[in-house]
Design a protein around this ligand. Structure first.
Ligand code: ATP
Length: 235
């Protein structure tokens, strides 16, 4: 579904990605783990056109998207939930969800999709008239994921959904991520510092260090790999 081939992404003269390659097949949950500053967010932003790579190639469903504008990439079916959620604080929950459906033309399905996300996160339905900025951190993360789902993505990119949330809420969100993958046929690319949880829900994982992929394997094998356990799982 997605092929990233040897991409190099820069911030000015700083080379943040030094030849990153990865692939994601339809139906998978793939996680990208690594320490602070390894280049995980830059990888996601390169895929969705916010920081396009200077070299290398990205294709989605066999179509080159390397230098495509972000809105065009969204319209092809790739949607990102950015780190820090970035919901619209002064808009209500339903208005935030409407914004997620902004690029869609099939207006008649939008109501059904809103019911679907309320089904996933019932708390959002209870809070539907409340401004997004007054929600708790966990509820804002739920809203950010739901807003992305309103765009009906084929590939959902999640950047650190666990950041700053209580362990119980994180578990709840990861359960829903699995549900979205299995029930809604959405392929998921999950960037996480919480490697333990991410590897528990993912099928395969990539480990990133210093702008490069250093290991890739099935998630269960990464979970039992001694080096990974020491470096990323604190064991
Ligand atoms: P974190 O988990 O802390 O978000 P990360 O693995 O997602 O880390 P990136 O945010 O992709 O890492 O950062 C990769 C490298 O690029 C880092 O060295 C970072 O300092 C640098 N970088 C990121 N954003 C910018 C920017 N806007 N300008 C300059 N350098 C940047």
């Amino acid at each position: 579904m997605l092929k990233v081939k040897d991409i190099h992404t820069f911030y000015g003269n700083i080379e943040a990605l030094k030849g990153v390659s990865l692939d994601i097949s339809e139906g998978e949950i793939i996680t990208l783990i690594g320490a602070n500053g390894a280049g995980k967010s830059t990888t996601l932003m390169s895929i969705c056109g916010i920081t396009p790579p200077r070299m290398g190639e990205i294709t989605f469903m066999d179509q080159p998207i390397t230098n495509m504008k972000p809105d065009k990439i969204v319209s092809l079916g790739i949607c990102q939930v950015p780190e820090g959620r970035r919901i619209f604080p002064y808009l209500s929950v339903t208005e935030n969800l409407d914004m997620g459906a902004f690029l869609r033309k099939d207006m008649n399905h939008i109501k059904t999709d809103m019911e679907y996300v309320f089904d996933l996160f019932p708390i959002l339905e209870q809070r539907r008239h409340q401004p997004g900025g007054t929600l708790s951190g966990g509820e804002q993360q739920m809203l950010a994921i739901s807003r992305a789902l309103m765009a009906r993505p084929r590939l959902l990119l999640l950047d650190e959904p666990s950041l700053g949330l209580a362990p119980l809420i994180v578990r709840q969100i990861f359960e829903i991520v699995k549900k979205i993958n299995t029930e809604n046929d959405t392929t998921i690319f999950l960037v996480e510092q919480n490697a333990n949880l991410a590897l528990q829900v993912a099928h395969r994982g990539y480990v990133m260090e210093n702008g490069q992929i250093v290991i890739t394997d099935a998630a269960d094998r990464l979970l039992s790999n001694e080096d990974i356990r020491k470096a990323y799982l604190g064991m």
